[in-house]
Design a protein around this ligand. Structure first.
Ligand code: ADP
Ligand code: MG
Length: 255
């Protein structure tokens, strides 16, 4: 086994009559950051939603550590996969209370939070570096910091897989880098970290694996180097991807 924690096999999905995901097969490994990239409308968000059952699949199977997700209850599935959607409303809650919501799938009736839930929250706040904001209201924070709170909430869920839809959109560059560095920390902890990214150089820099989507299909997968060398990026995005080698490693850019 190569430590695949979540995989899709032959998954298709449609909205009304129009199929927008066609026979997608893909695996996400523990300890790795996988970036999903592709032009607007190529099906990235739909893929994430289909993986967690938010959009019903018409064909195929999604496996969580080898078990079909269809066999798991909603809360059992949530203990396996945390999902951060692209568009989120900002709740009128303190940071700590919001992160505590990440524990919901771990509670059984009568849904009282236990010591281990509180502990998971405190640890998530520390790992993400927002412990000193715990008592602040989320609605008073900057967009970049709010994104970190969402990440802490996903982390508190203690799931082996985290799916994020464009977590760096609308963030300033410092927060984008911070978020990607945190993704590395979570991957180093053994999680399968999956992020839809809109920035090709960012994906090439931070991801261990890249899946390129085009028109509802996977055009290529592999390491950044393999994906770059395939030439698929230039075709799919209609740009020229180039690189320079610097002291701190290879830096990609688009023209
Ligand atoms: P991406 O995230 O790569 O931009 P999406 O998964 O959002 O792409 O969209 C894939 C295709 O599905 C697009 O053609 C889009 O217009 C269509 N689509 C997305 N969401 C819906 C929806 N709720 N109803 C109908 N069509 C949708
Ligand atoms: Mg999208």
């Amino acid at each position: 086994m190569d430590n695949v924690l979540l995989s899709a096999e032959g998954v298709s999905a449609r909205y009304n009559e129009r199929e927008v995901l066609h026979n997608v097969s893909l695996g996400f490994k523990g300890g790795k950051i996988t970036a999903i990239i592709g032009p607007n409308g190529s099906g990235k968000s739909t893929l994430l939603k289909t993986l967690i059952g938010l959009v019903p699949k018409t064909e195929g199977t999604v496996f969580s550590e080898g078990v079909s997700l269809d066999k798991l209850s909603a809360s059992a599935a949530a203990r396996k996969i945390a999902y951060l959607p692209q568009i989120k409303s900002i709740p009128d809650l303190t940071v700590r209370t919001m992160v505590l919501h990440g524990r919901f799938s771990h509670l059984s009736y009568p849904r009282r939070y236990r010591k281990e839930d509180i502990q998971a929250v405190e640890e998530a706040l520390k790992t993400i570096g927002i412990y000193d904001l715990a008592d602040k209201n989320v609605s008073t924070l900057s967009g970049g910091t709010v994104q970190l709170v969402f990440l802490a909430m996903a982390l508190a869920q203690s799931s082996p897989v985290i799916l994020m839809d464009e977590p760096t959109s609308f963030l300033d560059i410092a927060h984008q880098i911070k978020l990607m560095e945190l993704c590395r920390v979570l991957a180093a902890d053994g999680k399968a970290v999956v992020a839809v990214l809109h920035d090709i150089p960012m994906a090439l820099k931070y991801a261990d694996e890249i899946a390129v989507m085009s028109e509802g299909r996977i055009a290529v997968t592999g390491t950044p180097l393999r994906v770059y060398e395939s030439g698929v990026l230039d075709k799919v995005f209609e740009v020229r991807v180039k690189y320079t080698d610097t002291e701190s490693g290879r830096v990609y850019f688009c023209e």
